[in-house]
Design a binder for this molecule. Sequence first.
Ligand code: GAF
Length: 382
Amino acid sequence: MQKDEIIKLFQEKFKGANPEVYTSPGRVNLIGEHTDYNGSFVFPGAIDKGMIAAIRLNGTDKVNAFAIDLNESAEFGLNEQDLPAQGWAKYIFGVCREIIKRGGKVKGFDTVFSGDVPLGAGMSSSAALESTYAYALNDMLRLGIDKFELAKIGQATEHNYVGVKCGIMDQFASIFGKKGHLIRLDCKTLDYEYFPFDPKGYRLVLLDTVVKHELASSAYNKRRESCERAAEAIRKNHPEVEFLRDASIDMLNEVKNDISAEDYKRAEYVIEETQRVLEVSDALQKGDYETVGRKMFETHHGMSKLYEVSCEELDFLNDIAKENGVTGSRVMGGGFGGCTINLVKDELHDSFIADAKKRFAAKYGHEPKVYDVVISDGARIL
Ligand code: GAF
Protein backbone atom coordinates (compact mmCIF):
# COMPACT_ATOMS: atom_id res chain seq x y z
CA MET A 1 0.00 0.00 0.00
CA GLN A 2 1.25 3.48 -0.85
CA LYS A 3 1.59 6.40 1.58
CA ASP A 4 -1.28 8.41 0.01
CA GLU A 5 -3.60 5.46 0.18
CA ILE A 6 -2.99 4.72 3.87
CA ILE A 7 -3.35 8.42 4.77
CA LYS A 8 -6.72 8.39 3.02
CA LEU A 9 -7.83 5.30 4.95
CA PHE A 10 -6.61 6.88 8.18
CA GLN A 11 -8.65 10.01 7.44
CA GLU A 12 -11.78 7.96 6.77
CA LYS A 13 -11.38 6.35 10.18
CA PHE A 14 -10.13 9.16 12.41
CA LYS A 15 -10.45 12.48 10.47
CA GLY A 16 -8.38 15.55 11.45
CA ALA A 17 -4.71 16.32 10.77
CA ASN A 18 -2.62 14.06 8.61
CA PRO A 19 -0.75 11.22 10.35
CA GLU A 20 2.92 10.28 9.97
CA VAL A 21 3.56 7.14 7.93
CA TYR A 22 6.18 4.50 8.77
CA THR A 23 7.14 1.18 7.27
CA SER A 24 9.25 -1.84 8.25
CA PRO A 25 10.03 -4.89 6.15
CA GLY A 26 9.89 -8.65 6.53
CA ARG A 27 13.08 -10.60 5.88
CA VAL A 28 14.71 -13.52 4.15
CA ASN A 29 17.59 -15.47 5.63
CA LEU A 30 20.24 -16.92 3.35
CA ILE A 31 21.61 -19.29 5.97
CA GLY A 32 21.91 -19.64 9.76
CA GLU A 33 18.58 -20.96 10.96
CA HIS A 34 17.72 -21.49 14.63
CA THR A 35 21.19 -20.18 15.37
CA ASP A 36 20.21 -16.75 16.70
CA TYR A 37 19.00 -17.88 20.12
CA ASN A 38 22.11 -20.05 20.31
CA GLY A 39 24.33 -16.95 20.25
CA SER A 40 25.49 -17.79 16.76
CA PHE A 41 25.46 -16.26 13.27
CA VAL A 42 22.64 -15.47 10.85
CA PHE A 43 22.59 -14.02 7.33
CA PRO A 44 19.29 -12.19 6.79
CA GLY A 45 18.26 -9.36 4.50
CA ALA A 46 15.20 -7.10 4.63
CA ILE A 47 12.79 -7.49 1.72
CA ASP A 48 10.48 -5.30 -0.33
CA LYS A 49 7.43 -6.52 1.56
CA GLY A 50 6.48 -5.18 4.95
CA MET A 51 4.05 -3.35 7.16
CA ILE A 52 2.97 0.23 6.66
CA ALA A 53 1.31 2.25 9.42
CA ALA A 54 -0.23 5.71 9.66
CA ILE A 55 0.01 7.12 13.19
CA ARG A 56 -1.07 10.30 14.93
CA LEU A 57 -0.84 11.18 18.60
CA ASN A 58 -4.32 11.65 20.06
CA GLY A 59 -3.66 13.52 23.31
CA THR A 60 -5.00 10.68 25.51
CA ASP A 61 -3.44 7.62 27.11
CA LYS A 62 -5.33 5.29 24.79
CA VAL A 63 -4.37 3.54 21.59
CA ASN A 64 -7.02 3.12 18.88
CA ALA A 65 -5.76 0.74 16.23
CA PHE A 66 -7.34 -0.52 13.03
CA ALA A 67 -6.04 -3.47 11.01
CA ILE A 68 -7.01 -2.59 7.44
CA ASP A 69 -6.47 -6.07 5.99
CA LEU A 70 -8.63 -7.71 8.66
CA ASN A 71 -11.16 -4.90 8.98
CA GLU A 72 -10.79 -5.14 12.75
CA SER A 73 -10.38 -2.50 15.47
CA ALA A 74 -8.73 -2.71 18.88
CA GLU A 75 -8.47 -0.24 21.71
CA PHE A 76 -6.31 -0.39 24.81
CA GLY A 77 -5.05 1.92 27.54
CA LEU A 78 -1.31 2.46 27.88
CA ASN A 79 -1.49 1.73 31.59
CA GLU A 80 -3.50 -1.47 31.21
CA GLN A 81 -1.82 -4.76 31.96
CA ASP A 82 -4.40 -7.00 30.25
CA LEU A 83 -3.57 -8.14 26.74
CA PRO A 84 -5.97 -7.08 24.00
CA ALA A 85 -8.10 -9.92 22.62
CA GLN A 86 -7.06 -9.50 18.98
CA GLY A 87 -3.91 -11.46 18.10
CA TRP A 88 -2.43 -8.64 15.99
CA ALA A 89 -3.07 -6.01 18.69
CA LYS A 90 -0.84 -7.91 21.13
CA TYR A 91 2.15 -6.87 19.05
CA ILE A 92 1.33 -3.16 19.23
CA PHE A 93 0.42 -3.44 22.92
CA GLY A 94 3.66 -5.35 23.63
CA VAL A 95 5.82 -2.76 21.89
CA CYS A 96 4.20 0.05 23.92
CA ARG A 97 4.63 -1.86 27.18
CA GLU A 98 8.26 -2.72 26.45
CA ILE A 99 9.07 0.92 25.69
CA ILE A 100 7.34 2.00 28.91
CA LYS A 101 9.32 -0.66 30.86
CA ARG A 102 12.49 0.96 29.57
CA GLY A 103 11.39 4.35 30.86
CA GLY A 104 10.04 5.67 27.54
CA LYS A 105 7.08 8.04 27.84
CA VAL A 106 4.63 6.59 25.33
CA LYS A 107 1.59 8.73 24.51
CA GLY A 108 -1.78 7.63 23.14
CA PHE A 109 -2.20 7.41 19.39
CA ASP A 110 -4.60 6.55 16.60
CA THR A 111 -3.30 4.24 13.92
CA VAL A 112 -4.22 2.15 10.91
CA PHE A 113 -1.89 -0.40 9.34
CA SER A 114 -1.64 -2.82 6.47
CA GLY A 115 0.92 -5.29 5.22
CA ASP A 116 1.99 -7.41 2.29
CA VAL A 117 4.26 -9.90 4.07
CA PRO A 118 2.47 -13.22 3.65
CA LEU A 119 1.34 -14.44 7.08
CA GLY A 120 2.81 -17.69 8.37
CA ALA A 121 5.23 -17.93 5.47
CA GLY A 122 8.37 -17.58 7.60
CA MET A 123 9.04 -14.07 6.28
CA SER A 124 8.57 -12.33 9.63
CA SER A 125 5.34 -10.44 9.32
CA SER A 126 5.24 -10.15 13.11
CA ALA A 127 8.73 -8.64 13.36
CA ALA A 128 7.72 -6.19 10.62
CA LEU A 129 4.74 -5.11 12.71
CA GLU A 130 6.76 -4.78 15.92
CA SER A 131 9.55 -2.87 14.19
CA THR A 132 7.11 -0.48 12.51
CA TYR A 133 5.63 0.60 15.84
CA ALA A 134 8.89 0.55 17.82
CA TYR A 135 10.58 2.68 15.17
CA ALA A 136 7.60 5.02 14.76
CA LEU A 137 7.04 5.70 18.46
CA ASN A 138 10.74 6.26 19.03
CA ASP A 139 10.85 8.71 16.15
CA MET A 140 7.60 10.58 16.81
CA LEU A 141 8.13 10.90 20.56
CA ARG A 142 11.88 11.58 20.25
CA LEU A 143 12.60 8.83 22.79
CA GLY A 144 16.25 8.44 21.80
CA ILE A 145 16.23 4.63 21.85
CA ASP A 146 19.04 3.19 19.70
CA LYS A 147 18.40 0.74 16.88
CA PHE A 148 19.75 -2.26 18.80
CA GLU A 149 17.29 -1.59 21.61
CA LEU A 150 14.45 -1.13 19.11
CA ALA A 151 15.15 -4.64 17.80
CA LYS A 152 15.24 -5.96 21.38
CA ILE A 153 11.88 -4.30 22.10
CA GLY A 154 10.37 -6.30 19.23
CA GLN A 155 11.99 -9.51 20.45
CA ALA A 156 10.79 -8.89 24.03
CA THR A 157 7.28 -8.37 22.65
CA GLU A 158 7.40 -11.89 21.20
CA HIS A 159 8.72 -13.32 24.48
CA ASN A 160 6.42 -11.53 26.88
CA TYR A 161 3.15 -10.95 25.01
CA VAL A 162 3.06 -13.54 22.24
CA GLY A 163 4.83 -16.46 23.91
CA VAL A 164 7.48 -17.18 21.25
CA LYS A 165 10.98 -17.33 22.73
CA CYS A 166 12.55 -16.16 19.49
CA GLY A 167 16.05 -14.91 18.82
CA ILE A 168 16.92 -11.42 17.57
CA MET A 169 17.33 -12.10 13.84
CA ASP A 170 13.96 -11.02 12.49
CA GLN A 171 13.66 -7.74 14.36
CA PHE A 172 17.31 -6.93 13.68
CA ALA A 173 16.89 -7.45 9.94
CA SER A 174 13.70 -5.41 9.91
CA ILE A 175 15.35 -2.46 11.69
CA PHE A 176 18.87 -2.63 10.20
CA GLY A 177 18.03 -3.81 6.65
CA LYS A 178 19.92 -2.16 3.79
CA LYS A 179 19.01 -2.21 0.12
CA GLY A 180 21.09 -4.70 -1.89
CA HIS A 181 22.84 -6.06 1.21
CA LEU A 182 22.57 -9.09 3.44
CA ILE A 183 23.59 -8.72 7.07
CA ARG A 184 25.96 -11.14 8.72
CA LEU A 185 24.99 -10.79 12.34
CA ASP A 186 26.76 -12.28 15.32
CA CYS A 187 23.84 -12.80 17.68
CA LYS A 188 26.09 -13.11 20.74
CA THR A 189 27.82 -9.73 20.39
CA LEU A 190 25.41 -8.05 17.95
CA ASP A 191 28.40 -7.17 15.76
CA TYR A 192 27.20 -7.03 12.20
CA GLU A 193 28.50 -6.53 8.72
CA TYR A 194 26.68 -5.67 5.50
CA PHE A 195 27.46 -7.95 2.55
CA PRO A 196 26.58 -6.61 -0.91
CA PHE A 197 24.34 -9.24 -2.45
CA ASP A 198 23.97 -9.19 -6.20
CA PRO A 199 24.52 -12.73 -7.40
CA LYS A 200 25.07 -12.19 -11.12
CA GLY A 201 23.51 -15.02 -13.09
CA TYR A 202 21.43 -16.25 -10.14
CA ARG A 203 18.10 -15.40 -8.59
CA LEU A 204 16.81 -15.79 -5.09
CA VAL A 205 13.22 -17.00 -5.06
CA LEU A 206 10.86 -18.15 -2.33
CA LEU A 207 8.35 -20.94 -2.76
CA ASP A 208 5.61 -20.72 -0.16
CA THR A 209 3.87 -24.00 0.66
CA VAL A 210 1.00 -21.95 2.14
CA VAL A 211 1.02 -24.54 4.89
CA LYS A 212 1.37 -23.70 8.56
CA HIS A 213 1.37 -26.62 10.93
CA GLU A 214 -0.29 -26.39 14.32
CA LEU A 215 1.69 -25.75 17.47
CA ALA A 216 4.60 -24.20 15.61
CA SER A 217 5.33 -21.78 18.45
CA SER A 218 5.37 -24.41 21.19
CA ALA A 219 7.56 -26.67 19.02
CA TYR A 220 9.85 -23.68 18.44
CA ASN A 221 10.16 -23.06 22.19
CA LYS A 222 10.91 -26.76 22.73
CA ARG A 223 13.80 -26.58 20.25
CA ARG A 224 15.23 -23.70 22.21
CA GLU A 225 14.92 -25.62 25.49
CA SER A 226 16.74 -28.62 23.97
CA CYS A 227 19.60 -26.37 22.94
CA GLU A 228 19.79 -24.77 26.35
CA ARG A 229 19.91 -28.17 28.07
CA ALA A 230 22.69 -29.35 25.76
CA ALA A 231 24.69 -26.15 26.33
CA GLU A 232 24.25 -26.50 30.08
CA ALA A 233 25.55 -30.09 30.02
CA ILE A 234 28.60 -29.04 27.97
CA ARG A 235 29.24 -26.07 30.28
CA LYS A 236 29.91 -28.44 33.20
CA ASN A 237 33.13 -29.53 31.45
CA HIS A 238 33.73 -26.27 29.57
CA PRO A 239 32.64 -23.24 31.61
CA GLU A 240 33.50 -20.93 28.71
CA VAL A 241 30.56 -22.32 26.69
CA GLU A 242 27.83 -19.76 27.12
CA PHE A 243 25.81 -20.83 24.09
CA LEU A 244 25.95 -23.80 21.70
CA ARG A 245 27.73 -21.44 19.31
CA ASP A 246 30.78 -21.74 21.58
CA ALA A 247 30.75 -25.56 21.52
CA SER A 248 32.33 -28.12 19.18
CA ILE A 249 31.09 -31.56 18.15
CA ASP A 250 33.83 -33.08 20.35
CA MET A 251 32.49 -31.21 23.37
CA LEU A 252 28.99 -32.38 22.52
CA ASN A 253 30.18 -35.97 22.24
CA GLU A 254 31.63 -35.79 25.75
CA VAL A 255 28.09 -35.36 27.11
CA LYS A 256 26.33 -37.68 24.69
CA ASN A 257 25.31 -40.05 27.48
CA ASP A 258 24.18 -37.26 29.80
CA ILE A 259 21.57 -35.74 27.47
CA SER A 260 18.64 -37.21 25.54
CA ALA A 261 19.13 -38.46 21.99
CA GLU A 262 16.75 -35.73 20.90
CA ASP A 263 18.72 -32.93 22.58
CA TYR A 264 21.89 -34.37 21.04
CA LYS A 265 20.45 -34.16 17.51
CA ARG A 266 19.25 -30.60 18.03
CA ALA A 267 22.65 -29.49 19.31
CA GLU A 268 24.48 -31.33 16.54
CA TYR A 269 22.46 -29.40 13.97
CA VAL A 270 23.21 -26.02 15.62
CA ILE A 271 26.95 -26.68 15.87
CA GLU A 272 27.07 -27.73 12.21
CA GLU A 273 24.92 -24.80 11.11
CA THR A 274 27.27 -22.34 12.83
CA GLN A 275 30.12 -23.78 10.78
CA ARG A 276 28.07 -23.53 7.59
CA VAL A 277 27.30 -19.83 8.08
CA LEU A 278 31.02 -19.09 8.40
CA GLU A 279 31.74 -21.11 5.26
CA VAL A 280 29.00 -19.27 3.39
CA SER A 281 30.37 -15.89 4.39
CA ASP A 282 33.78 -16.89 2.97
CA ALA A 283 32.13 -18.22 -0.19
CA LEU A 284 30.08 -15.04 -0.62
CA GLN A 285 33.21 -12.91 -0.42
CA LYS A 286 34.66 -14.96 -3.30
CA GLY A 287 31.41 -14.88 -5.28
CA ASP A 288 31.33 -18.67 -5.01
CA TYR A 289 27.58 -19.29 -5.19
CA GLU A 290 27.97 -23.00 -5.87
CA THR A 291 29.35 -23.44 -2.34
CA VAL A 292 26.63 -21.19 -0.93
CA GLY A 293 24.03 -23.39 -2.61
CA ARG A 294 25.59 -26.64 -1.42
CA LYS A 295 25.52 -25.36 2.16
CA MET A 296 21.86 -24.42 1.78
CA PHE A 297 21.03 -28.01 0.84
CA GLU A 298 23.02 -29.23 3.84
CA THR A 299 21.05 -26.88 6.07
CA HIS A 300 17.80 -28.26 4.73
CA HIS A 301 18.95 -31.78 5.48
CA GLY A 302 19.90 -30.77 9.04
CA MET A 303 16.64 -28.91 9.61
CA SER A 304 14.67 -31.86 8.33
CA LYS A 305 16.50 -34.81 9.91
CA LEU A 306 18.22 -33.43 13.03
CA TYR A 307 16.30 -30.32 14.05
CA GLU A 308 13.02 -31.71 12.69
CA VAL A 309 11.41 -28.40 11.79
CA SER A 310 10.65 -29.23 8.16
CA CYS A 311 7.49 -30.93 6.96
CA GLU A 312 6.40 -33.13 4.07
CA GLU A 313 5.50 -30.21 1.79
CA LEU A 314 8.83 -28.43 2.35
CA ASP A 315 10.81 -31.64 1.82
CA PHE A 316 8.90 -32.22 -1.40
CA LEU A 317 9.82 -28.74 -2.70
CA ASN A 318 13.41 -29.32 -1.68
CA ASP A 319 13.52 -32.57 -3.68
CA ILE A 320 12.03 -30.84 -6.71
CA ALA A 321 14.71 -28.15 -6.43
CA LYS A 322 17.44 -30.79 -6.42
CA GLU A 323 15.96 -32.57 -9.40
CA ASN A 324 15.81 -29.29 -11.34
CA GLY A 325 19.48 -28.53 -10.77
CA VAL A 326 18.75 -25.59 -8.47
CA THR A 327 21.99 -24.36 -6.87
CA GLY A 328 20.69 -24.21 -3.30
CA SER A 329 17.38 -24.72 -1.54
CA ARG A 330 16.20 -25.05 2.02
CA VAL A 331 13.38 -24.38 4.43
CA MET A 332 13.58 -20.77 5.62
CA GLY A 333 12.74 -19.30 9.03
CA GLY A 334 11.29 -21.17 11.98
CA GLY A 335 9.91 -24.01 9.84
CA PHE A 336 6.86 -26.28 10.35
CA GLY A 337 5.51 -24.89 7.07
CA GLY A 338 6.12 -21.64 5.24
CA CYS A 339 8.71 -21.18 2.51
CA THR A 340 11.77 -22.63 0.90
CA ILE A 341 14.45 -20.17 -0.18
CA ASN A 342 16.06 -21.09 -3.48
CA LEU A 343 19.21 -19.89 -5.18
CA VAL A 344 18.71 -20.69 -8.84
CA LYS A 345 20.55 -19.92 -12.04
CA ASP A 346 18.71 -17.41 -14.26
CA GLU A 347 18.26 -19.92 -17.05
CA LEU A 348 16.71 -22.56 -14.77
CA HIS A 349 14.37 -20.20 -12.91
CA ASP A 350 11.27 -20.48 -15.10
CA SER A 351 11.40 -24.21 -15.71
CA PHE A 352 12.02 -24.89 -12.00
CA ILE A 353 9.05 -22.76 -10.95
CA ALA A 354 6.79 -24.36 -13.55
CA ASP A 355 7.78 -27.88 -12.47
CA ALA A 356 7.39 -27.06 -8.76
CA LYS A 357 3.93 -25.54 -9.33
CA LYS A 358 2.74 -28.47 -11.39
CA ARG A 359 3.98 -31.25 -9.14
CA PHE A 360 3.04 -29.53 -5.89
CA ALA A 361 -0.49 -28.85 -7.14
CA ALA A 362 -0.87 -32.46 -8.30
CA LYS A 363 0.08 -33.68 -4.84
CA TYR A 364 -1.42 -31.07 -2.50
CA GLY A 365 -4.25 -29.56 -4.51
CA HIS A 366 -2.82 -26.04 -4.69
CA GLU A 367 0.24 -24.38 -6.17
CA PRO A 368 2.97 -22.94 -3.98
CA LYS A 369 3.14 -19.14 -4.05
CA VAL A 370 6.23 -17.69 -5.67
CA TYR A 371 8.08 -14.57 -4.48
CA ASP A 372 11.17 -13.18 -6.14
CA VAL A 373 13.34 -11.64 -3.47
CA VAL A 374 14.38 -7.99 -3.61
CA ILE A 375 16.73 -7.02 -0.77
CA SER A 376 15.55 -3.67 0.57
CA ASP A 377 15.92 -1.06 3.31
CA GLY A 378 14.89 -1.45 6.94
CA ALA A 379 12.47 0.55 9.12
CA ARG A 380 11.90 4.14 8.05
CA ILE A 381 9.52 7.06 7.83
CA LEU A 382 7.87 7.56 4.45
C1 GAF B 1 11.89 -17.40 13.69
C2 GAF B 1 12.43 -16.62 14.90
F1 GAF B 1 11.65 -15.54 15.13
C3 GAF B 1 13.88 -16.20 14.70
O1 GAF B 1 14.36 -15.61 15.87
C4 GAF B 1 14.75 -17.39 14.29
O2 GAF B 1 15.03 -18.21 15.39
C5 GAF B 1 14.09 -18.18 13.15
O3 GAF B 1 12.75 -18.51 13.44
C6 GAF B 1 14.83 -19.45 12.85
O4 GAF B 1 16.12 -19.16 12.41
O5 GAF B 1 11.83 -16.59 12.56
